[in-house]
Design a protein around this ligand. Sequence first.
Ligand SMILES: Cc1cc2nc3c(=O)[nH]c(=O)nc-3n(C[C@H](O)[C@H](O)[C@H](O)COP(=O)(O)OP(=O)(O)OC[C@H]3O[C@@H](n4cnc5c(N)ncnc54)[C@H](O)[C@@H]3O)c2cc1C
Length: 633
Amino acid sequence: MMKTSTRLRRDWVYRAKRKVSSFSTATTGTSTEMRSTKNPFVGKMATPSHLAKWRTGSYSSRTFSAISYMEDDNNNRHSAAKNDRLLVVGSGVAGSATALVAAETYQMPVTLLFAGNIPHDCNSFWAQGGIIYRNFDPSSGDSAESLARDIHRAGAGLCVDAAVRKVSEEGPDRVRELLLNPNGPFADVPFDKKPDGELSLCLEASHAAPRILHYADHTGMIITKHITQAAARHPLITMQPQTLVTDILREDDICIGVATLNRATGQRSFEYASRGTVLASGGLAGIYEHSTNPPGFNALGSSVALATRAGVQTQDLEYVQFHPTSLYMPNEARFLLTEALRGEGAVLRDASGRRFAQDFHPEGELAPRDIVARGVFEESQKSEKGNHNVFLDITHRDAEWLHARFPTIQNHLAQRGLDMAKDQLPVIPAAHYTCGGVSTDMQGRTSLTGLYAAGEAARTGLHGGNRLASTSLLEGLVFGASVADFIGGSEEGQDLSSMIQSRLESSPMVMQSNNRRYDAWSSSLEPNQIENAAHRAVQLLRQVRRIMWDHVGLIRTPSGLATALEALTDIQDEAMELHQLCPTLETAGVRDAACAGRAVAAASASNPESAGAHYVVADSEEYSDDEEEVAAR
Ligand SMILES: Cc1cc2nc3c(=O)[nH]c(=O)nc-3n(C[C@H](O)[C@H](O)[C@H](O)COP(=O)(O)OP(=O)(O)OC[C@H]3O[C@@H](n4cnc5c(N)ncnc54)[C@H](O)[C@@H]3O)c2cc1C
């Protein structure tokens, strides 16, 4: 067991430390380069050509300069008119969908806050495989019922049927409205088409029909570009980058806005909103040592941490999904090899070349993700003399077709001397997706009035214990839009807005902050103190990630979870104090990561029943999968 000594040492700010990289966000490089930066909070997030295109607006008819940024004018900021808006935290698919529907359909002023320099700095950008649509060819057998069955089955019987039905039934219309919208206010995403001009739909593991829309293997990139461009050019949407949301502001039983920290200037502010506040701030798979999630301020558990600190209900946190096939390269960050590869026929082999997936499930490589992930993990534990022994093999497919269908992956492989048409690819599971999150109902309402959640931040019950491939982008669209529909289109939503408005008008907190300018944190600290704090935060984040991987990973034991809980509680205490003394990008990140990690460990420890992605064995037991039980699912 790893011993973690994390007791607070109050003299941290005075100790000399080696220099950490600056807080500014670099903006070029590949995913792997990003994860290997010394300071894990500082992410590079897109290739130069992607950024250049985004900046010059060549993905839309409007230029980057069309984006309006907030004026740093407190008098104006806190005026009643200014507060008449919806606050959306997060620029991924869920946040952008919420903002667009609110602004376009209901004419609501929206402020879209996000941590990155540009809105692409989010998990949505990195989605490879695709987004679920509907196969309208009757011979495919596809239907809302068929998709619902697949989601329920993957979710290990733990899905909430209302959420499953909502996504299965409303999904195709939302895709058409928000992503296939030529010349309209929403996005027009150029998904891959067949030679006859029809949309090309592919099959993925555990789907009964080919129903996945894609854009080669960088579907998230193209969706994010188009949807964020649509949001940026909307006159009622104000984009506010580089803004870390550090806390939820509540007046008794109502959410009135958020506290923020500008990562570039250190300026702290209170942002109020009478129409409501939406957490679309993503998941927490980035708090694991091995993760498919991008670096930077992404997937560090802010959604769960913000909710937890504000006393808002979370649920199903123990169901953290591990993707079965990330590329294994020693001393490198993990890189996702999409589910679509197995959908297109890739098979799993051990070091001797034997296909082993049938050993753990009759559907082999196309079994639900949690089962394949544990199968791959178990096989990898059998490795002898440190030799890697799990490989993904798609060499039987045509090289030209493979390279055109999976160009991002092939490019990544080629830089490492590999070719998917010729080589077996070493794979290992990695933390990938948060099935639980901030509890919501079908309108995205949380347990705190005025606070909503959508996308990976939310626990709608759609995924149960394990997410079906390609459901998350769709969930972000459907639930993001539903939040806007509720606030702008229902009487109840509008009554709530009036209630928040009157609370804002009488709130002592708001009146006080109207008359006060907040100093940047940096003005009261020496540069070396800030540097030391950042260095300590980076160390602590590394500890969080190691603990999560070692003790709250694919296979859990009661004693491992108890160890994790104790260590994460200590780290959380230190991180809270660190952030209070020196509120920076780094200290905010580790505070959220430790809080979210602790919440996942606690949820896991309190659920002794293995299901879906939560797999717990007795301390004495070696890992073993019950083949009969698995085969019955
Ligand atoms: C490598 C990879 C491949 C994937 N492939 C697929 C796929 O093929 N199909 C599919 O359906 N799903 C896929 N997924 C999952 C999917 O990408 C995500 O679940 C989904 O995009 C989440 O969208 P979101 O809008 O909820 O959050 P995100 O896209 O993660 O956006 C979160 C936003 O919140 C902001 N944020 C976070 N914390 C704060 C804070 N404290 N303050 C301010 N802003 C904050 C971030 O800056 C960001 O803008 C994949 C994920 C990964 C990592």
